[in-house]
Design a protein. Sequence first.
Length: 266
Amino acid sequence: MKLIKPLKILTFTFSLVGATFTFAQEDSALGALITDRPDATESSTAMPKGFLQIETGTFYESFEENNIKTEDFTYNTMLMRYGLLDNLELRLGYNYTNSKTRFNGNEIESVTSFSPLLIGFKTRINEEKGIMPEIGFLGHLYLPFSVNKEIRPKNTGVDFRFAFSHTLSEKSSLSYNLGAAWENDNAQAAYLYSVSYGYSFNNKIGAYIEFYGDLPENNKANHLWDTGLTYLISNNFQLDATIGSSLTKGQDILISAGFSFRIPKS
């Protein structure tokens, strides 16, 4: 597969935003869009029927141990969500990442590739009533054919999770996920969790803090945190920024920024 240069990907992404922004005008009847970024916690709400939502951004993360430093520059984290039915959304996504490894400051390896192509779905199981949360279920396949041959996995990855959300007040909410994942070429399950508290300062600016991680069957658990801000330009367009790190070994810093926009039905 011939790789697209990172600059071209960014140019395409922003051109896509420019081309569709005219359709992403205020939609007061539907309300503000609900996104699955920037936090790791997936929302429990599926896309409305006939609407397309695109969520994308960029992030940087690094980890250093024993004079070996690994850095990931992800130029584009693309997730496309489409409401196929009243309570069913289809999901398509990929990342485009440059991974670098340095020893004593000298670069020893650099690999740029798409991630395995993500295809999946989300559906809502239960509406929120009193102390009972809204409950959603989503699942994904990670298809290896989009990855460079040199690092391509042999098998398809799988994950699923239940997504829960509580409205605590007019300004605050609590969301959490529970699930499991089988990564490409790894037969052992990793059990997933995340907990996210969100707060709205006003009808434009929101913030969140989150703890998340996984518990692999054959390895040590990974626990991380992040916090961030969202800014709602209109009901159909949102900006976000995030910073985080790990509580266990594996990530010294995470920095991310991105945007999401919803395209109404014609």
